[in-house]
Design a protein. Sequence first.
Length: 139
Amino acid sequence: MGTASDVYSWSRRTASYYFLRLPGVREKVAEEVKAGAQKIESGLIPSGTEIERFTQLPAEGWSHDKIKEELEKLAGMKHTRWEDGRVSGAVYHGGKDLASIQTEAFELFTVSNPIHPDVFPGVRKMEAEIVAMVICSQA
């Protein structure tokens, strides 16, 4: 029975392989793949978006004002109104007070790398405490 199943599987794969290489079929599959990719891309990058796409590093570094301007454009892009509770599971928002303390924490530890606990003992301490909290909460 195993041999018959193997022969069937091999025959099916081989037939599919040659069928998909027929000129008319190959072109139709390519068209469908291209249409699907365009549909996905249009959903991710809305048409009419006037945001410049950067594909190379600039020849000269940007000023603080230029960086802030670009960040504001990105933040202002049309998006699903998660603030109205219309998105489930994609956003974890604890309010403005939490966002404020997270911003302060990020500013204090933005250059730290937890892979080097000897250089950043404060990060090592926080990481160890978080792991302990998770382990203890599961016990």
